[in-house]
Design a protein around this ligand. Structure first.
Ligand code: ZN
Length: 489
């Protein structure tokens, strides 16, 4: 037992340092003065190198060899630590360093190219990032599939092949549904301005309504909303736009989904490898089910309508039904992060196919923009007008995050599966939500998904909660029923 206990004591400090590193990031996005950036960069680099050294320390290897798991929790802890140790050991330190340096540079080049609408100035840098990630993938895969090796950093156990089949089944039905919906008259849009202090007050109320514990977290403003931290210090950020209060409310609900997942993990796992969300896909399933299947449901928006009338007075939407349609309004757009629930996944499918081809070497960076624009035209029915609305819109590739995009849609697929099981388990869900009571839903998600943290593998978390292997069917059925109803298809 002593090797296991020694390893876990050491790991606990590593986990604590990782939390500190995350909090530096939170501070940078919310509180830090701009002039402090160079010092912060050095602080980040220092803690990253401490963390790296701890993770590859030969002592960890010795402990892993000797440690015995006495139960399922210990076995899961060892699985996570071993996986992390082996992953770090497989990538030469020099390569890891070059990736860090190049992606930091590429990020700046991307931002300038995007501002200048100049794809050509970005491509050489992107090519370098792809080459380095291919090299890293080859070191990780040891003869296996390169893309899978990258994907596994975000979604353990997932394969490009299996995701590709799932996405191929999603695409035609989403394209058809989108076309049918956009053929119909559009619901009203919000108009007028909405007091920002009132937006923040209602957004805080929403966070609490969805079970976010403000005694162990806090809400601040940031340019791009995010959630940060694990255990009993999980923070979120939101933003306000006087013309678009939905942006504030639904960003908040989304981030609360991520944050509550972290807050609801069994406290026994605090500062252990099991004390965080198990994968990006499962994480996104929680933020999405809070935001969409619950937060944008007819029942919940009926309650929200009343709250918004209390906060802002008459804002020009006649009744709850009209408000539900306004919340779920579908319109043309280029930008993934601004896309509605129906179109969002089409943006992700496009990126998944392109990045998989880039990593496989089947698509050259010089052909990337044309490939993006062709695919966009095919799925969305209109042409990309400028690179910042197309291939330059997302930060991910410049940061080397190939393999990340599919987890967004995987999260939506998981949310679709969980929604069916949750609704079966909580028959009063809609009448609860109509009173602004999410406790039945959040309690079910807590005990069936969130509490487990990293105990099970990602797909297993979902199949244990739903009794089914995750598939795209429930998400498609849900979207077709919901938008078919709103748009009278
Ligand atoms: Zn998210």
């Amino acid at each position: 037992m002593s090797a296991y206990n020694d390893l876990m004591a050491y790991q606990r400090q590593t986990e604590a340092l990782a939390q500190i590193s995350g909090r530096l990031g939170w501070d940078q996005e919310t509180m830090m003065a701009e002039g402090s950036a160079p010092q912060r960069a050095e602080e980040h680099a220092a803690i990253a190198s401490v963390l790296h050294a701890r993770r590859v320390h030969p002592q960890v290897g010795d402990w892993l060899e000797k440690a015995q798991a006495k139960d399922a929790v210990a076995a899961a802890n060892l699985r996570h630590i071993r996986r992390n140790y082996e992953r770090t050991a497989k990538v030469p330190a020099k390569l890891a360093e070059e990736i860090a340096k190049t992606t930091s540079l590429a990020h700046r080049v991307w931002a300038k190219s995007r501002a200048d609408e100049d794809v050509a100035s970005y491509l050489p840098m992107l090519e370098k990032v792809i080459e380095l990630r291919q090299e890293e993938a080859a070191a990780l895969a040891q003869g296996g599939d390169l893309y899978d090796a990258l994907l596994n950093d975000y979604e353990t156990g997932a394969t490009g092949q299996e995701i590709s089949q799932m996405f191929a089944a999603l695409r035609p039905r989403l394209v058809a549904l989108r076309a049918a919906v956009l053929d119909r008259p559009k619901p009203a849009q919000l108009s007028g301005t909405f007091d920002e202090a009132a937006q923040l007050a209602l957004s805080q109320q929403l966070a609490v309504t969805f079970g976010y514990d403000l005694n162990k977290g806090r809400i601040d403003k940031a340019v791009h909303p995010f959630s940060s931290g694990s255990g009993i210090d999980v923070r979120i950020t939101t933003r306000t736009n006087p013309l678009d209060p939905f942006n504030c409310f639904y960003s908040t609900i989304h981030e609360v989904g991520h944050a509550v997942y972290e807050q609801n993990i069994d406290e026994a796992y605090l500062l252990t490898p099991l004390g965080g969300g198990v994968s990006m896909g499962v994480h996104e399933s929680q933020s999405r089910i809070y935001e969409n299947q619950i937060g944008r449901s007819r029942a919940f928006t009926g309650w929200l309508y009343g709250q918004m009338r209390d906060a802002f007075g008459d804002f020009g939407i006649a009744n709850e039904d009209a408000f539900y349609a306004t919340v779920n309004r579908v319109s043309d757009g280029y930008i993934r992060t601004e896309a509605d629930e129906l179109q969002y996944n089409l943006h992700v499918l496009l990126r998944f196919d392109l990045e998989r081809a880039l990593i496989a070497g089947d698509l050259k960076v010089n052909d990337l923009e044309a490939a993006w624009n062709d695919r966009f035209q095919a799925d969305f029915g209109f042409a990309v007008d400028k690179p910042s609305n197309g291939v330059l819109q997302d930060v991910h590739w410049s940061e080397g995050l190939m393999g990340y995009f599919p987890t967004y849609t995987l999260g939506n697929v998981f949310a679709g599966c969980l929604n069916v099981a949750m609704r079966e388990a909580v028959p009063t869900l809609d009448s609860d939500l109509a009173r602004g009571d999410t406790s039945g839903a959040t309690a079910w998600l807590r005990s069936n998904v969130q509490t487990h943290g990293g105990l099970y593998e990602p797909k297993e978390v979902i199949s244990r909660a739903t009794g089914q292997t995750p598939s795209e069917g429930p998400l498609l059925d849900y979207l077709e029923a919901k938008f078919g109803d709103i748009y009278g298809l």
